[in-house]
Design a protein around this ligand. Structure first.
Ligand code: SF4
Length: 351
């Protein structure tokens, strides 16, 4: 394994917020004495109606396209693999310019198409049930590398544009706040990807400084907390971050969010699935008005962990519901291609 890289690759116009990109394009258009409407034409080709290269912008004169290619090259994520699960879930493996690999997962459900995106290559946090945690931290992604995962899906097929985004792929988004901050603007802005804030969920283990910054944004992005255990002692055994940011401090910080929050809870036999765990979880969920997503444990994390059997998960959910908690048992999606929660490790799915 090579050493982790921390420097993001060179800046591109796709690393800017839509307002920042508009300003840069407008300046360029003015410097060249071009008509002002050109700025709008160029700008919508970044995110609203994306193109693979400027050469595809056939509404522009050929000479201008060549100049744009030289001045504002449109960076791409190289699709190395796209695998379709039997259940319709599709996993993408993107190769970045410096050789790192990240994954995204497109999950169709009725009219909804949720794209689960990565915010870092690898992850430093080492949650024991997670394959990404096992691979360690490689580097932070740039704004383009985050929002570009959506752009690439649209370039393959504009009809597949995701309706919902979840930051639940590789990495801890709030440990890469500067880039996640910009990417949230790109995702949500009407001159960016135009996805409603309430359809964008940031999932975190509870990085307090990042939670504060996210809560300070005016849009109503949704927050999911990777809780996975209802007490400090239980959580410490499966999530090392508990040592730095304990769950009570995290839940206190979550009160700054106006929208209803979600607790993510992966069910691990003997670790967090007892009746006492259910009762303690119900107390926390009621106190914070949280919805609880119960997730089956998937292969790929630390060896020796056993998934909670399905009937036990259902009993656990029933116990929460009996205490007035809205608890949902999530179906596993994309298991056959290693695209399910906790399975993303930047590998080909067949390995
Ligand atoms: S669950 Fe999230 S925070 Fe924990 S190791 Fe995996 S990617 Fe990192």
């Amino acid at each position: 394994m090579t050493s982790p890289r921390v420097a993001p690759p060179a800046d591109t116009i796709l690393d800017l917020t839509p307002d920042g990109a508009r300003e840069r394009l407008a300046q360029w258009v003015e410097e060249r004495g071009l008509p002002r409407y050109r700025t709008d034409q160029l700008h919508r080709r970044l995110w609203v109606q994306p193109i693979a290269t400027w050469n595809d912008a056939t509404e522009l004169p050929a000479a201008l396209r060549a100049e744009l290619d030289a001045t504002f090259p449109l960076r791409r994520l190289k699709e190395e693999l796209s695998e379709l699960s039997q259940d319709g879930t599709r996993k993408f493996l993107w190769r970045l310019d410096d050789g790192e690999a990240i994954e995204s997962v497109l999950i169709p459900s009725g009219t909804r198409r949720t794209l689960c995106i990565s915010s870092q290559a690898g992850c430093a946090l080492g949650c024991v049930f997670c394959a990404t945690g096992l691979m360690g931290f490689r580097r932070n992604l740039s704004p383009f590398e985050i929002a570009g995962q959506v752009r690439e899906v649209m370039l393959r097929d504009p009809a597949e544009k995701p309706s919902n985004i979840v930051f639940m792929g590789m990495g801890e988004p709030l440990l890469n706040w500067p880039a996640v901050d910009v990417s949230l603007t790109i995702l949500n802005h009407p001159e960016g990807l135009g996805i409603g804030a309430r359809h964008i969920t940031v999932s975190t283990v509870g990085i307090l400084p990042g939670m504060k910054k996210l809560a300070a944004r005016p849009e109503q992005f949704r927050l999911a907390i990777s809780l996975h255990a209802p007490t400090t002692e239980r959580r410490l055994a499966i999530m090392p971050i508990e040592k730095k940011y304990d769950l009570h401090a995290v839940l206190d910080a979550a009160t700054a969010f106006r929208k209803r929050i979600t607790f993510e809870y992966v069910m691990i036999s003997g670790k967090n699935d007892s009746d006492q765990d259910a009762d303690a979880l119900a107390t926390l969920a009621n106190k914070h008005g949280a919805l609880v997503n119960l997730l089956p444990l998937h292969p790929g994390g630390a060896p020796g962990l056993e998934p909670t059997p399905l009937n036990r998960i259902k009993n656990f959910a029933g116990r929460l519901q009996a205490r007035g908690v809205e608890a949902v048992v999530r179906r596993s999606r994309g298991l056959d291609i290693k695209a399910a929660c906790g399975q993303l490790a930047g590998q080909r799915g067949t390995q």
